[in-house]
Design a protein around this ligand. Structure first.
Ligand code: ADP
Length: 170
């Protein structure tokens, strides 16, 4: 079994090597988990993000964690769900994979993800949870340098979907 866990919690409180931010393409902060991460990390995070000149959907960029307990923040803009006909699934897969590649390149052994795109970007949770755990499991199978990945879910409904997707993998 791949080393993937699903927990209920607040990603800004996790003392791991890297947390992932479900960002937008500006990388200059927003609502939801993005706002929470910027509030908890402090203004130095926004200052570093300004130097990055944004990020394309499906790609990722890394910063330090500043006042967060996490060492790094990996920022990835997820796709906005339109109808499924605009490459949304491939873009979401690319988000998870790009974040894990950056984690490997920066020596991160423990990585926590929020449920990318399933908040204001409205990606259907059932599809998103399967894409997330499938992509993470495939990556971990080839990259033992990452010891553990967790999905940090903010509500019970989200956690139930990720628990089910993980159970389906087994
Ligand atoms: P997106 O724009 O990618 O949809 P959102 O921030 O709107 O991003 O939502 C993504 C997920 O993050 C949702 O499930 C939301 O409930 C969750 N979320 C919000 N705040 C936190 C937090 N502090 N820790 C973990 N997850 C969070």
């Amino acid at each position: 079994m791949p080393n993937i866990e699903v927990i209920l919690g607040d990603i800004t409180k996790q003392a791991v090597d890297a947390i992932v931010n479900a960002a937008n393409c500006s990388l200059l902060g927003g609502g939801g988990v993005d706002g929470a991460i910027h509030r908890a990390a402090g203004p130095e995070l926004l200052a570093e993000c300004r130097t990055l000149h944004g990020c394309e959907t499906g790609k990722a960029k890394i910063t330090k964690g500043y006042r967060l307990p996490a060492k790094y923040v990996i920022h990835t803009p997820g796709p906005v769900w339109q109808s499924g006909g605009y490459g949304e699934e491939a873009l979401l897969r690319s988000c998870y994979r790009s974040c894990l590649e950056l984690a490997s390149q920066n020596g991160c052994e423990t990585v926590d993800f929020p449920s990318i795109s399933t908040g204001v970007y409205h990606f259907p949770l059932e599809k998103a949870s399967r894409i997330a755990v499938g992509t993470i499991a495939a990556y971990l199978a080839e990259h033992p340098e990452i010891r553990r990945v967790r999905m940090v879910c903010f509500d019970a409904r989200t956690k139930a979907h990720y628990d089910r997707a993980l159970a389906e993998l087994a």
